[in-house]
Design a protein around this ligand. Structure first.
Ligand SMILES: Cc1cc2nc3c(=O)[nH]c(=O)nc-3n(C[C@H](O)[C@H](O)[C@H](O)COP(=O)(O)OP(=O)(O)OC[C@H]3O[C@@H](n4cnc5c(N)ncnc54)[C@H](O)[C@@H]3O)c2cc1C
Length: 688
């Protein structure tokens, strides 16, 4: 990664530097955006003549841990190429200036055109916003990039799912561009290291790195993404059994490419917990990653057939609901925007907090889903209606937003029950008891096949339209509920259901992955255990054991358990050394939300000041220097996980602008404070 200006080597004893120092801990998408926003906002802070910035990450700087470019290209993004950007536009609600740049898709097109210009590539880049083209032209793409990704770049459309490594390349370019656009008076040092602690000394922040270096800073921003947490009681139990049974393998929850998937023996029987995105990654790593192949086969219901290598384990999979996340719809373009007329009909800023989500918000989300379902159904199957669409929409308007009530009110107008929106069935796809494991797996496979049929209909699937409306409502609901907007009770009930159900129906895998799953079921390599299976580490047998109460005879044992998901961080049970050092210094407390009885309920997120991202201390005072941004605030702020989408006022870009400005404010204060003679602690070790 080219870095234009490095901080020079400081002698051990110096006058207080007149140039203030900001440390950015974490150089994934958010860290890169923070750097870009610091540069974009600098002109608003005339007190800062000069500025030093430390960028710290122990994984590839710019890409960060999730998107590092050395990972297998089999790992693909969940989002679409045209739906990702790291640049601001005029939709972003922020104090700082807009600095436009290409989306991931545009960047790929421009890179291909620059490296291999052709009449067709010229046409493809011609309609890209000139400001985006200018930003692209200002910073060179890594030599060899286009050759390394040629096939993927040539096949890419706005609606393809890019490899994670490719997104990492884009992020690294965004990082390089952010560095190059900083004015001369800003110097940047990069550190391939972990920040393992922070302490205060004479008004400065001493950030300790895993290399032993200590960086003296005025402001710190931690954009640290997915942080480790302590083992749960169940996990401690697993570890105790594993200590006695080295033949057992437990693959712990983590980022799939960081999980010990290689420790799963060839041909093993593996119990897998989780049927979300982590599962599809694990499935890919254990099949294609072990030499198997998916081959197009129109004679199969999946449309693909699996050709095994013989090395793949047999997977027995369970999750809370027992069924996989639904496949993404094949729109052939970016997803439609859900109108959400009912949810948007309320001026939520005027509604007193905390809001009872279950009573005030969820019914509107349900109504919007019914509207989208019936509007789509009317477009594709008008013969299903015994009354005009306007009658159905008016019925939805005047009926309580309760699925059963809406269904009963609509029934006279859409008489055939199979034409109607069965939201409860979608929320609990495998209700009831199953007589044997085979019938349960067959039921889930049919569910996946049906879902793929709906996915292939794109905008013409009424059920997908209704479910997409619910999934899309998460964004607005998160904005309404941000910083304690919902009461503790509804956060634990309806709001949680919206998050999990919305994730299941809207944040699922690309359709081709669901096809592959179906092919693996048909090849006998994947079996579904049943919903809410109990998983134990059996000390006597030296095996893991899973059994679902809903499926007779579902008990299965195996020497391997794979947890295909990631823990949410919890400040009260953190295993992150930096968080622990803040806790030891009494600088953090968990964010808490109000219950209906007025009592406070702690969450797992850091309490921060909403306007700046500065930590809030246990006594309620605001920290002077330490900011937290992003995923460790998910329970506080909401909507922290998804990468920014173009022209959507993304939460991430609003946050990075806000926090960058706060860091600059702290730096400006430091720049204007009286110089004092003291130890600088700035390490002479720098790397690029
Ligand atoms: C497997 C997986 C797939 C995903 N797919 C998608 C997707 O398709 N689309 C989407 O929108 N989102 C996806 N996400 C969500 C994704 O996390 C965000 O899109 C994005 O990466 C968040 O950016 P971030 O910079 O806040 O966090 P991260 O990307 O996690 O970056 C944080 C960085 O901080 C570093 N760090 C942490 N602690 C320290 C420390 N103490 N010292 C130094 N460095 C530190 C880490 O090494 C890491 O590089 C996915 C997440 C995962 C786990």
């Amino acid at each position: 990664m080219p870095v234009t200006r490095f901080i020079g080597i400081h002698p051990l004893w110096t006058p207080r530097p007149t140039r203030p120092v900001i440390a950015l801990v974490g150089a994934g998408p958010r860290g890169v955006s923070l750097l870009e926003r610091i540069g974009a906002n600098l002109a608003d802070f005339p007190d800062i003549d000069h500025l030093d910035i430390h960028v710290i990450d122990d994984t590839e700087l710019g890409a960060g841990r999730i998107w590092r470019t050395d990972q297998t290209r089999q790992m693909c993004m969940n989002t679409l190429a045209g739906a990702v950007t790291l640049f601001t536009d005029d939709t972003v609600t922020m104090a700082g200036p807009v600095a436009p740049g290409p989306t991931l898709f545009e960047w790929c097109r421009l890179a291909l055109d620059a490296a291999r210009p052709s009449p067709s590539s010229a046409i493809q880049v011609a309609d890209i916003d000139p400001a985006h083209r200018a930003a692209f032209a200002s910073t060179a793409v890594r030599p060899g990039f286009v050759d390394d990704y040629r096939d993927e770049l040539e096949a890419m459309t706005v609606a393809t799912h890019p490899s994670r490594a490719l997104y990492g390349e884009y992020l690294r370019w965004c990082f390089a561009r952010a560095l190059h656009t900083l004015p001369e008076r800003v110097r940047v040092a990069t550190h391939l290291a972990r920040a393992v602690g922070v302490r205060e000394d004479a008004g400065r922040q001493l950030v300790e790195l895993s290399t032993g270096a200590v960086l003296a800073c005025d402001a710190v921003v931690a954009a640290t993404g997915w942080l480790p947490r302590d083992h749960t009681a169940e996990e401690h139990g697993f570890l105790a059994v594993l200590a006695r049974h080295p033949e057992m393998t437990w693959v712990r929850p983590d980022n799939p490419i960081d999980q010990a998937i290689g420790a799963v023996p060839d041909g093993a029987t593996a119990i897998v917990r989780g049927l979300g995105m982590g599962f599809f990654d694990v499935m890919t790593l254990l099949t294609i990653g072990r030499g198997g192949r998916f081959v197009d086969d129109p004679l199969t219901r999946a449309g693909v057939r699996y050709e095994p290598s013989g090395r793949e384990p047999k997977l027995y999979v369970t999750s809370h609901r027992g069924v996989p996340y639904r496949a993404k719809s094949l729109y052939g373009s970016l997803p439609p925007s859900a109108p959400q007329r009912h949810l948007r009909s309320v001026d939520w800023s005027a509604v007193p907090r905390p809001i009872d989500f279950d009573r005030q918000v969820w019914p509107l989300i349900v109504k919007d889903a019914f509207v989208d379902y019936y509007e789509t159904l009317h477009r594709v199957r008008p013969e299903a209606f015994a009354a005009p669409l306007t009658t159905v929409l008016a019925t939805i308007d005047t009926t309580d937003g309760v699925p059963a009530a809406l269904d009963a009110a609509i029934a006279p107008h859409v008489p055939d029950a199979t034409d109607r929106f069965d939201l409860p069935a979608a929320m609990s796809p495998v209700r009831g008891a199953f007589p044997d494991p085979g019938s349960f797996t067959a039921r889930v496979a049919d569910y996946v096949a049906d879902d793929l049929t709906e996915s292939a209909k794109g905008r013409d699937s009424a059920v997908k339209a209704g479910l997409w409306s619910i999934s899309a409502a998460r964004r607005l609901a998160n904005a309404i509920g941000t910083f304690g907007g919902f009461d503790a009770e509804s956060r634990a009930s309806g709001f949680r259901t919206l998050q999990t159900f919305g994730g299941m129906v809207g944040s699922g895998p690309p359709a081709f992955r669901s096809r592959q799953l179906l092919a693996l079921v048909d090849a006998g390599l994947v079996r579904f255990v049943g919903p809410a299976a109990r998983v134990v580490a059996d000390d006597e047998l030296g095996l893991f054991r899973a059994e679902s109460p809903a499926v007779a005879g579902s008990a299965v044992t195996g020497a391997v358990l794979i947890d295909a998901w990631m823990h949410a961080h919890d400040v009260t049970a953190s295993a992150d050394p930096l968080t622990l050092s803040l806790a030891a210094a009494g600088r953090i407390r968990p964010f808490s939300v109000r219950g209906r009885d007025g009592r406070r309920h702690p969450t797992g997120g850091f309490d921060v000041d909403p306007r700046t991202g500065l930590l809030v201390h246990p006594d309620g005072t605001r920290d002077a220097a330490f900011h937290v941004a992003g995923i460790p605030l998910d329970e506080v702020m909401g909507d922290t996980i998804i990468s920014p989408m173009p022209r959507s006022d993304p939460t991430m870009l609003r946050e990075t602008d806000r926090v960058a400005r706060s860091a600059l404010r702290v730096a400006a204060d430091a720049a204007t404070s009286v110089p004092t003679w003291r130890e600088s602690h700035v390490s002479p070790m720098f790397n690029g």
